[in-house]
Structures are given as C-alpha cells and as structure tokens.
Design a protein around this ligand. Structure first.
Ligand code: BG6
Ligand code: MG
Length: 215
C-alpha cells in the first residue's frame, strides 16, 4: 500500500495542550464546587468542548441550565485562550519537527484533523502552521471523534482515498475515528490504551518515517 498523506491530531500529538485544558476545566469546576482529577482529564482527550463539559457535569452530578452551560463554555475557553497565549515553538513535542521534515521530503501531503476550535491559533503560535496543506478543525465538523468526519474531510480535501491516509492520534476516540474512516492509524502513547491502532509509538523521538510508513 502506498500512502499519500499524513493526518495529524493536534493536542497530545504535535503539542501538549492537555495541561492547559486541564487547568481551565479545573478552574471552571470551582463554579460548581467540583475538583476534576488528572485521571478524568485523560478521558477528556480528543473530546469536544461541549461534550467535555457535559461529562464533567455528569461526574459532578450537577444539573446545569442551558444558560449556565453556554456561559461556562465561553468562560472555559476565555481562560484556556489566556493560558495558551504564550505558547511558542518550544512547546512542539520532541521529534515532531524532524518527523515532519522526513515526510515532507518524501512527498507526503500533511493535514490536521483536530476537534479543537483553537487549532489555528495554536498552529500559528508554535509556527507549525507552515507545514500544513490542509487544516480540518472543530470549526469545520459537525460530529466529534470517534465519528470519522474530521479525517474523512481531511482525506477528501487533499483529494485522496481514506485508505491512502495515515492518521496519528493520542486519544482512543481519535484512533476509533481513524479506523471507522478506513484509515491506517498510528497511536502516540501507551499501546495498552490505544489497542485499536495499527501500530503504537511512544512519541516521535528517533522515529524513521521510512520504516514506520514503509516507503
Ligand atoms: C481536543 C482536545 O483536541 O480538542 C480536547 O484533546 C478538547 O481536550 C477539544 O476539549 C476541543 O478543543 P477546544 O480548543 O475547541 O476547546
Ligand atoms: Mg489528541
């Protein structure tokens, strides 16, 4: 199989924004007296903003009004934007730039497939934006991962079949989305957590793209 494109998730794959999401959700939790744990934050990876709030409210056993929910979604995001305001290229995860160099040189197209509505801001702040031929983010999809929409739009936007694309994902929901879209899925992180992936690597450090992607 000759692959033609690499589709990357953003948070947890190219940069580590989970710490900022965690901080912002924890801050929000004080409004309804709830202390979010790190373990719970793990379960929010790859999950959209609205769905994350719904899960937190369920854990807190708090039934919020629609008005509270929309206010809190705005507040959480304002806080998050504040927390990421100083992000810079030093926050690109180790090995990522080298890997992007390798695949670009090998002629692969590169797209983003992220649930985040803040993806472009983060890509700009870190300088990663210049690597991308196409950006599909939370503003361009109606269904969140594990629905494959974000990756299917990436593949078709680049003009390739799903089977010609490789997805890089750190979240279970993201790996599921890639597989549901009929794509090759490479998990980033813990193999136990990402069982559905075709292959799992801990991170991009020292990864030879030609070996991993077999070109
Ligand atoms: C995903 C993150 O990439 O984006 C989630 O893993 C986050 O934690 C989701 O909730 C939505 O992000 P944003 O920036 O639109 O709130
Ligand atoms: Mg992720």
């Amino acid at each position: 199989m000759t692959y033609k494109a690499c589709l990357f998730d953003l948070d947890g794959v190219l940069v580590d924004t989970a710490i900022y999401h965690f901080q912002a959700w924890k801050n929000l939790g004080t409004k309804f007296g709830y202390a979010l744990t790190e373990e719970q934050n793990e379960q929010l990876k790859g999950v959209s903003r609205v769905e994350s709030l719904n899960r937190i409210l369920a854990w807190a056993n708090y039934s919020a009004t629609e008005e509270e929910k929309s206010t809190w979604l705005i507040e959480k995001n304002e806080n998050y934007l504040d927390l990421i305001s100083n992000m810079n290229p030093s926050e690109i995860l180790p090995g990522v730039l080298d890997f992007l160099h390798q695949i670009k040189q090998a002629g692969y197209k590169i797209a983003l497939g992220s649930a985040s509505k803040n993806a472009e801001i983060i890509l700009s702040k870190t300088g990663l934006i210049e690597w991308f031929d196409l950006i599909i983010d939370g503003n361009k999809v109606t269904k969140s991962k594990p629905d494959p929409e974000v990756f299917l739009k990436g593949a078709s936007g680049l003009g390739f079949l799903p089977t010609e694309c490789i997805v890089f994902e750190d979240a279970q929901a993201g790996v599921e989305a890639a597989k549901a879209g009929n794509m090759h899925a490479i998990g980033i992180g813990d193999a136990e957590m990402l069982r559905q992936a075709d292959k799992v690597i801990p991170n991009f450090v020292g990864i030879q793209a030609s070996e991993l992607l077999q070109f």
